[in-house]
Design a protein around this ligand. Structure first.
Ligand SMILES: Cc1ncc(C[n+]2csc(CCOP(=O)(O)OP(=O)(O)O)c2C)c(N)n1
Length: 514
């Protein structure tokens, strides 16, 4: 067995059976090993940002890592933005990055680079195999690192001679560290806060946004009168009929401050103190009223569900008392396409058990209220703020959950970063319906220009924020990559196009002209 074969066996033994790939010469032995050994689903992506974003979506839905296959430093570099997003979402990923043969590196040939240096800022764990014999053990250690709660990025560097060399040994994944126990004293403090009668918010993030812990939070609210809210951008929020409806902190700082103003106490569960995405002149960074006190009862690496349950017991909250959302869809919209009519179309049509991958930026700011009463679904967002995640995320989620419909809500500007994801969706026949919100601009940045106090944009500034010269033809772009597509210019057209897309078992794209 060579080192590459020991790597594939180690990945499979460690529970990793999907690999999102974009290989090159240095990874050819790994490619050959993936071919020779049964059990690994290999998904080719045409840009490494699609590889890393798809691995993120896959892991968010399965709870376990996929592998990626990346070509030396530049391939890893192309994957970086979505690795950054995955790291912020605390998603597990095992990157396999090819490297020149160890003895070749001193010649500093074109693709030589500091791979570990590129990997480190977006990885929790980085290690290079040094011989064929230690590839398996190195990968096994990486798998354990990735699976360490709540999920980490592990990067295995695989020099070509360690891949092709004989003497490979299949590694055994070491014990995964236990989650850090929750701090009882912090929970006692939170219980006292809830009993004090002070206006209190429970702010949820990370694993606290799954159905069961949400219901526990709802029972605490029913027992104590506190309110419950989610962070602004969430890894995976389970919502819709039968679940606790939670809103999220709005993106614009003035709105966020308004929403959080009532609370003198905020209990954090898997969430950080709320802060603006950016600083703005004259605006606070911390989004809470002055003097607000925070009590953290669980970080994302701790068991958020257990922390909430202990808190529920401490305040006498009873199971089954949460006020859950009823099925309540908005009317099917007609007339012009507006932000409200788009929200209503999604709320009216979203299928049961859908996985929504949301990178709709300004178009989607109001999607939550009108979709809250749709049938149960999962809602995934970009936690790292680096745009170009939506379509790769949807791709990975569809690989993870072939029996569920994936709905990708995508800004046109964000979509163009990783549009190649559509090709992978077509090739793998992934069940993704994408709505692209074609407002022909970086709309959010028009607002930001004013918010940061940069004054009135002149034509040169304006030109950097518009995508209308030339106008992008999303129908042609999708068709060019093998994805059926159509354009909607009214709310009625949007509804019927969305339904047509959902009726197809495979990818479909609707360009929504906003
Ligand atoms: C990698 C990266 N580059 C640039 C940005 C800055 N940025 C934030 S939003 C945005 C434009 C988003 O445009 P679009 O997806 O069309 O949504 P809209 O603002 O029009 O609603 C840009 C360029 C970013 N967040 N990440």
């Amino acid at each position: 067995m060579n080192g590459a074969e020991s790597l594939v066996h180690t990945l499979l033994k460690g529970g990793i059976d999907v690999c999102f790939t974009n290989p090159g010469t240095s990874e050819m032995h790994f490619v050959a090993a993936l071919d020779k050994i049964d059990g690994m689903r290999c998904v080719l992506c045409l840009f490494e940002g699609v590889v890393s974003g798809a691995a993120d979506g896959y892991a968010r839905m399965t709870g376990k890592p996929a592998a990626t296959l990346l070509h030396l430093g530049p391939g890893l570099g192309n994957a970086l933005a979505n690795l950054h997003n995955a790291k912020k979402a605390r998603t597990p990923i095992v990157n396999v990055v090819g490297e020149h043969a160890t003895y070749h590196i001193e010649y500093n040939t074109p693709l030589t680079s500091d791979i570990a240096g590129i990997a480190r800022p977006v990885s929790h764990w980085v290690k290079a195999a040094s011989t064929a014999a230690d590839v398996g053990a190195c990968a096994a250690e990486g798998i354990a690192a990735a699976n360490t709660a709540p999920g980490q990025i592990a990067t295995v560097i695989l020099p070509a001679d360690t891949a092709w060399g004989d003497g490979g040994v299949v590694g055994t994944v070491p014990a995964i560290p236990e989650r850090r126990p929750v701090d009882e004293a912090a929970i006692d403090e939170a219980a006292a806060v809830l009993k004090s009668g002070e206006p209190t918010l429970i702010l949820l993030g990370a694993d606290a946004l799954m159905e069961d812990p949400l219901a526990t939070a709802g029972s605490i609210a029913a027992a104590t009168g506190c309110h419950v809210l989610a962070e602004g951008m969430n890894k995976r929020l389970q919502r819709g009929a039968g679940r606790l409806a939670v809103n999220r902190i709005p993106y614009p700082v003035p709105q966020a401050l308004e929403v959080l103003k009532p609370y003198s106490r905020i209990i954090l569960v898997g969430a950080a103190r709320p802060a603006g995405f950016f600083a703005y002149p004259g605006m606070p960074s911390l989004l809470a009223r002055e003097g607000c006190e925070f009590t953290l009862i669980a970080d994302p690496d701790q068991d958020c569900a257990a922390a909430l349950q202990t808190l529920a017991d401490a305040v006498g909250a009873k199971p089954g008392t949460a006020k859950l959302q009823e099925l309540n869809r908005p009317a099917r919209p007609t007339g012009a396409i507006t932000l409200d009519s788009i929200a209503a179309a999604i709320g009216a049509i979203l299928p049961e058990n859908a996985i929504v991958c949301d990178e709709s930026v300004t178009t989607g700011r109001g999607f939550y209220p009108l979709t809250a009463g749709a049938p149960a679904h999962d809602w995934l967002q970009n936690r790292g703020g680096s745009i170009g995640l939506g379509m790769p995320l949807a791709t990975g989620a569809a690989v993870a959950c072939p029996d569920r419909k994936v709905v990708c809500l995508e800004g046109d500007g964000s979509g163009m970063y990783t549009v190649q994801a559509l090709w992978t969706q077509a090739r793998e026949k992934l069940d993704v319906t994408t709505l692209v919100f074609a407002n022909s601009s970086y709309n959010i940045l028009k607002g930001e220009l004013a918010n940061v106090g940069a004054g009135n944009p002149g034509p040169r500034a304006h030109d950097m924020l518009t995508l209308d010269r030339p106008v992008l033809d999303w129908v042609d772009l999708a068709k060019g990559m093998g994805v059926e597509a159509e354009r909607a210019t009214t709310a009625d057209e949007l509804c019927s196009a969305f339904e047509r897309g959902l009726a197809v078992k495979g990818p479909y794209l609707v360009e929504v002209v906003v």
